[in-house]
Design a protein. Sequence first.
Length: 335
Amino acid sequence: MSIFVTGCTGYIGSHTCVELMNAGYDVVGLDNFSNSKPEVLDAIKELTGKKVRFYEGNMLDRELLEKIFDENRDISIVVDFAAFKAVGDSVAKPVEYYINNVSSVLTLLSVMKEKNVKSLVFSSSATVYGDPDTVPITEESRIGGTTNPYGTSKLFVEMILQDLCKADKDFKVCVFRYFNPIGAHQSGLLGEEPNGIPANLVPYIAKVATGELDHLNVFGNDYDTPDGTGVRDYIHIVDLAKAHVNGVKKLEKSEGGLQVYNLGTGTGYSVLDIVHAYEKANGIKIPYQICPRRPGDIAECYADPTKAREVLGWTATLNLEDMCRDSYNFAFKKK
Ligand code: UFG
């Protein structure tokens, strides 16, 4: 039995391949390296002693998807990560985002139907909650009100998956709404390598830590939060990756239908909490300046992870110090 992982060399995809393979699953992988590098496949092999059955290409390529299912008849579950994820970029290029993040999933689902593989773990995002009415956010909280095409693309796919599960009772879908994954594999062999200047907080701090950027811009200190800076639910990438093993096992036992889980720790940290934790974990200084708010940002977003714990049997185990240490370790090795 094998698992087909799309976007297998990306940040979350690569860490998940390691956890799936270490849990005994074989992995068939697809990526077009639009935001990752082929060397990631070597790192996965080093960490697991096994090779991903890898295909290079785009998920919009229907013939390629058909070939992958035909050549790997043991695929029983698909874990779909392949997507663009830069919020700012999505505002500038909505059509490209909807094609890449929505049309590609439609192509995948249609090939899955044709090949009679009807189990899917889908990577969604806490961004589908928009600006939440209250925190912590449960899976029953209102979704919608997304503020950018990236977020809307995730919302659209969730709705498509709901309709699909209503129409075809054999489909089993597990939707994961990720909060803010950060950090890197403890080995330093895998991590997040954004192209250009990072848009997200921790990759940006990592570049300040290694001296590639000279200070962090803190986007706003006048939010209604304890220290005025934005609060998020940061989760170690390895904890997040491990949840996919629980998701796959849950689908193996499921009868059909759609299940949704928040993946977070349940604790919110502010931007300044992260700066101070990074400094303490690594014995360094992170210079920062307070700047105006970033358009589209919300004050607070953190998960209620009870459902994932009670139903999936998964809970995050690594703490903020682990996240900051592993982020720095990876950034330093890559510098
Ligand atoms: N921030 C800064 N300076 C920076 C970058 C970020 O102060 O240079 C602040 C932001 O204002 C925010 C916090 O750090 O308060 C976290 O920002 P990120 O960009 O790291 O993360 P977001 O919460 O904005 O967005 C992330 C992902 C999205 C996803 C969303 C889900 O980037 O893909 O979480 O809630 F949709």
